[in-house]
Design a binder for this molecule. Structure first.
Ligand SMILES: Cc1cc2nc3c(=O)[nH]c(=O)nc-3n(C[C@H](O)[C@H](O)[C@H](O)COP(=O)(O)OP(=O)(O)OC[C@H]3O[C@@H](n4cnc5c(N)ncnc54)[C@H](O)[C@@H]3O)c2cc1C
Length: 236
């Protein structure tokens, strides 16, 4: 996905990339996790689980974020942002306050939800919390059996609960999600029907790749995966 465009292109599209949403509410779920409610004309937007929107974070830079919740009638939507410090996106998000305006595109991308699959196993990190929120009501309504596995910094351990997520198992970031043997021996693989379950992998690229490799050998079920960020790489 494109994360930056030349300045002349940005000038060319100037009007269409102008601020189109306004911040109406902000809450911090931890010092690193900022949930922002936006208001704008989203009447024609299509919301699918797994889709992401691009946020214009500077004149020429764009970053992907997932819409965690939306209400078309009232024109509002929420994004759960991970503030990790070093990136231009993270810095902008950190500075945002109520009534600020910015450009956010309609969501697009890969679909991650298959309603006909009974058991759904969803793996991610702080950047996947919004995806998990968008999943939850569908998982409940569809009476799925589901489990979230998150690798999180210790200071974010309470965030899934604060977001109202359920069936969450939390692991602190210590390299486990990149350890093939550790992943292979996870007890969840004894309880899932590996022939039919679906697996949704997002978050850190290396963690996604490691889980995917293990799952490829274990399951005939559907694997949906997308890396959301990679050490040393700007804007995936
Ligand atoms: C489809 C999709 C959906 C996404 N949804 C969300 C979402 O809902 N919420 C969310 O917070 N993020 C989400 N992301 C991830 C987000 O786009 C990236 O984290 C992005 O790189 C942040 O931009 P930045 O300008 O802050 O950092 P960049 O300029 O892109 O990167 C600067 C440095 O920071 C590092 N870095 C980037 N992200 C992280 C991180 N999360 N933790 C630690 N270091 C990091 C990079 O490796 C790089 O070294 C999503 C990504 C994709 C592709």
């Amino acid at each position: 996905m494109i994360s930056s465009i030349p300045k002349w292109v940005s000038n060319l599209f100037g009007n269409t990339l102008r601020p189109n949403v306004k911040i109406v509410e902000i809450s911090y779920l931890s010092p690193q996790i900022k949930k922002i409610r936006f208001q704008g004309d989203i009447s024609k937007w299509s919301f699918q689980i797994g889709f992401a929107s691009v946020v214009r974070v500077s004149e020429t830079e764009f970053r992907n974020y997932t819409i965690a919740y939306h209400d078309k009638e009232n024109g509002i939507f929420d994004i759960v942002f991970h503030i990790h410090g070093s990136g231009i996106g993270s810095q902008l998000i950190n500075s945002l306050k109520t009534n600020d305006e910015l450009f956010i595109s309609p969501p697009r991308g890969k679909k991650f939800y298959e309603p006909s699959i009974k058991q759904q196993f969803i793996v991610g990190d702080e950047t996947s919390l919004g995806l998990a929120c968008s999943f939850l009501s569908f998982l409940r309504q569809g009476q799925h059996q589901f489990q979230f596995y998150f690798e999180l910094d210790e200071e974010n351990r309470n965030v899934p609960e604060l977001l109202g997520l359920e069936n969450c198992t939390i692991f602190f970031k210590n390299g486990s999600f990149r350890n093939k043997e550790w992943i292979s021996n996870l007890p969840i693989f004894q309880t899932l029907d590996l022939a039919t379950a679906s697996f949704v992998l997002s978050g850190n690229v290396k963690s996604v790749q490691t889980f995917r490799q293990i799952l490829k050998n274990k399951t005939a079920g559907k694997i949906f995966s997308q890396g959301y960020w990679l050490e040393g790489k700007k804007g995936l």
